[in-house]
Design a protein around this ligand. Structure first.
Ligand code: SME
Length: 151
C-alpha cells in the first residue's frame, strides 16, 4: 500500500461527521496499522487539559500502561516540548525512552498543531528495525494536518 493511495482514505474518515472525533481517530489508527506492515502500534496522544502531560487517545496495538506521559519524558514527551518530528531508528539507543513492549524496535512521533499550538501527536511503534523514511514523515505530517482540521 503506497502512501498516496492512503491519503484519500484518511480524508474520507476525517470528513465522516456521523462518527465522533475519537471514532474517526480510531479508524485512522486501524487504517494505518492494517495498511503498512511495519506500523505495529498506532496511537494518538493529546495534551491533557492545562497539565504538562500527554494523555493516550485512540490507538490500535498492544495495550500500554503509559496512558499518561509527562512532558519531557520518553520520545512522546520530548516531542511535546520540541515541536519537532522524532524518528527513532533504534529505540535501544535512546536514553529517554519509555518501553511499551519488548517487541518494539523503532518509533516515529509527529506533532499535531492547531493554530500553531502543539496539541498532541501521532505515535507509531515498529517491530522492524530502522523502517521509517522521509516518506513516512511526509505522509504522517499529512495525517496530522488532516486531524488538526477536524479538531
Ligand atoms: N515509547 C513511547 C511511549 C509510548 S508507547 O510507545 C505506546 C515513548 O518513549 O514516549
Amino acid at each position: 500500500m503506497d502512501f498516496n493511495s492512503l491519503k484519500p482514505k484518511v480524508e474520507s474518515i476525517i470528513l465522516n461527521k456521523k462518527k465522533t472525533i475519537d471514532e474517526r481517530l480510531l479508524k485512522i489508527c486501524e487504517l494505518l496499522e492494517a495498511s503498512i506492515n511495519y506500523y505495529n502500534w498506532v496511537g494518538f496522544y493529546f495534551k491533557n487539559g492545562d497539565k504538562e502531560e500527554l494523555k493516550l487517545g485512540p490507538y490500535v496495538g498492544a495495550p500500554t500502561d503509559h496512558t499518561i506521559i509527562p512532558f519531557g519524558k520518553g520520545i512522546c514527551g520530548q516531542v511535546a516540548v520540541s515541536n519537532q518530528n522524532f524518528v527513532v531508528p533504534d529505540v535501544a539507543a535512546q536514553d529517554n525512552y519509555i518501553a511499551c513492549s519488548i517487541t518494539v524496535k523503532a518509533e516515529i512521533v509527529i506533532p499535531i498543531f492547531v493554530n500553531g499550538e502543539n496539541i498532541g501527536q501521532i505515535d507509531i511503534d515498529s517491530n522492524t528495525p530502522d523502517p521509517f523514511t522521509e516518506a513516512d514523515e511526509r505522509f504522517l505530517e499529512f495525517v496530522c494536518k488532516k486531524v488538526s482540521e477536524m479538531l
